[in-house]
Design a protein around this ligand. Structure first.
Ligand SMILES: Nc1ncnc2c1ncn2[C@@H]1O[C@H](COP(=O)(O)OP(=O)(O)O)[C@@H](O)[C@H]1O
Ligand SMILES: [Mg+2]
Length: 498
């Protein structure tokens, strides 16, 4: 009843062996061999060589002992021992795969579903790292769908507006054909997804609501967090705000600008410029978005950053993170998952860019778990994401990575990475992920399931190209203007958001 795939031959080591292939077997297939002392042992076909005889090399995974620990066999196999295809129960038991939970996809090459524990995702954070176009956002979408099905609240930082498509069911013919294989059906989440825009409805007509920050009674500290002020400028701002406080119970940014412009200090010009830029973004309001509305059971709130400059995006992430962390600590909002796309922009590794959102993200990464605040960190540049954040992610999903710096960064950050795995992740096809998670015994390759809802990434790729062209044209124009005028105004315009 066991399917024979071959017979051991040649050198037999403690960690691997070769066998002559006689049955049907492919790379990454799971096989088992009988061992006198320890019983059935699980192995994975690491490579197959077609020479005179077809030979496969198997890396041993091991067996579960009575206590449920994964063990390596104590002695080598006998020559001529038979190699069988491993049956589903044996594979699941040995790898520690359990049924039920967050359904990610199928064990590569097998029809064995791979699930993650919901609690583990939220309490121990998760990262998705890979090069562009390898399926990061797609895979994040799969996790988001699963969390939505389980009514886990989500807050999604979406720089490219690619998650709005969660509202609609998957329309791809190609992908719908694969749904049966994965045992799923199409589904749109329009009733659960709310899209917020920090800009406005003419820039982002698809948004459901405006995202606004409280602009009333901004403190010196808050402004200092937002603005790159020198000590002298800070001093002026401090004096002005104190002055206003003595006169008014409630004040707006307008009041601050007015007060600062009355100052006699030369430092005031730059402060006014900064304040005006913030005001112009329209992000400040006297009816700010409530954190309790953003994080709600059964809802996914998307902050669609379309139309927001990078610095403003960082500012928004900073404010949101600070508020949700406080709110979670005080139990004002339920446990939830915070999804950060393009994480290298919001918590860059030291030595690369700087972001106001860095510190608070680092805090959430190290302390969030205590309060049921899970992070899902996504990036195409692992080397550029703060390694303190990455190293706190216990579930790692790695898709194809080819940049040598990024592979090195992964190896440094992830203890399970071996040199074989480095080779593996250069080769894995689109949609296949290397998964490492506390609940499974060793990293495995997962054929990530197709999406129930529409994936917005493709449209984004096109938009990105157009945007890039536009930015290039604009920066040329800007340069030209700057040279033409050399005026104070255009110099000023460059000062803040750069
Ligand atoms: N698991 C998958 N199943 C089917 N297609 C996938 C899968 N993962 C990725 N793709 C395809 O790859 C494309 C790029 O994926 P995407 O997640 O947008 O890349 P990234 O975010 O890494 O740049 C998608 O548009 C989709 O067509
Ligand atoms: Mg993407």
């Amino acid at each position: 009843m066991y399917k024979l795939v071959g017979t051991i031959s040649g050198e037999v080591g403690l960690h691997e062996f070769d066998f002559i292939v006689t049955g049907e077997v492919r790379r990454n297939e799971y096989v088992k061999v009988w061992n006198e002392l320890d019983g059935w042992i699980l192995g994975r076909v690491a490579s197959i060589v077609e020479a005179e005889k077809k030979t496969a090399t198997v890396e041993l995974i091991g067996y579960k002992d009575d206590r449920g620990f994964l063990m390596q066999p104590r002695n080598t196999f006998s020559r001529d021992e038979k190699v069988f295809k491993a049956d589903q129960t044996f594979v699941m038991d040995t790898l520690g795969l359990k049924s039920g939970g967050i359904y990610l996809g199928l064990l590569d090459g097998r029809n064995i579903p791979v699930y993650l524990r919901k609690e583990e995702l939220i309490q121990k954070h998760c990262s998705i790292l890979a090069k562009t176009g390898s399926g990061k956002s797609y895979t994040a979408g799969v996790l988001i769908e699963e969390l939505l099905e389980k009514d886990v609240p989500l807050l999604i930082i979406d720089p490219h507006g690619e998650y709005i498509s969660l509202k609609y069911e998957n329309r791809s013919e190609e992908e719908r054909k694969q749904m049966e294989k994965f045992g799923i059906s199409p589904e749109g989440y329009a009733s659960k997804v709310v899209v917020y825009t920090p800009a406005n409805f003419s820039i982002n007509p698809a948004a459901d609501k405006l995202f606004r920050i409280d602009g009333i009674n901004l403190s010196v500290k808050e402004l200092y967090d937002l603005l790159p002020l020198s000590d002298a400028q800070l001093g002026v701002l401090y004096q002005c705000i104190n002055g206003i406080k003595a006169e008014k119970e409630f004040y707006t940014i307008e009041d601050i600008i007015k007060k600062v412009s009355e100052s006699k200090s030369n430092a005031k010009w730059r402060i006014i410029h900064f304040l005006e830029r913030i005001r112009e973004t329209g992000i400040l309001s006297d009816s700010p978005t409530r954190i309790e509305d953003l994080v709600k059971v059964g809802k996914a709130s998307i902050i669609d950053m379309k139309g927001a400059e990078p610095k403003l995006q960082q500012l928004i992430v900073y404010r949101i993170c600070k508020e949700v962390f406080e709110a979670r600590k005080m139990g004002k909002i339920p446990p939830f998952m915070l999804v950060i796309e393009e994480a290298h922009n919001f918590c860059p590794e030291r030595g690369f860019e700087k972001a106001v959102s860095s510190n608070v993200l680092r805090t959430i990464a190290s302390e969030g778990r205590k309060f049921g605040l899970g992070l899902l960190v996504i990036s195409q540049r692992p080397a550029r994401v703060d390694k303190n954040v990455i190293s706190q992610c216990n579930t790692q999903i790695i898709l194809r990575v080819s940049n040598p710096n990024d592979i090195r960064a992964l190896s440094r950050g992830l203890e399970f990475m071996s040199s074989e795995m480095e080779e593996e992740i250069k080769r894995i096809p689109q949609g296949v992920a290397l998964l490492s998670s506390p609940s499974i015994e060793m990293p495995i390759l997962v054929d990530v399931r197709v999406r129930r809802s529409e994936h917005g990434g493709r449209a984004v790729e096109m938009e990105e190209v157009e945007k890039k062209e536009k930015i290039e044209a604009e920066s040329k124009k800007k340069e030209w203007n700057a040279r033409e005028e050399e005026g104070r105004r255009s110099m000023f315009a460059k000062l803040l958001f750069e």
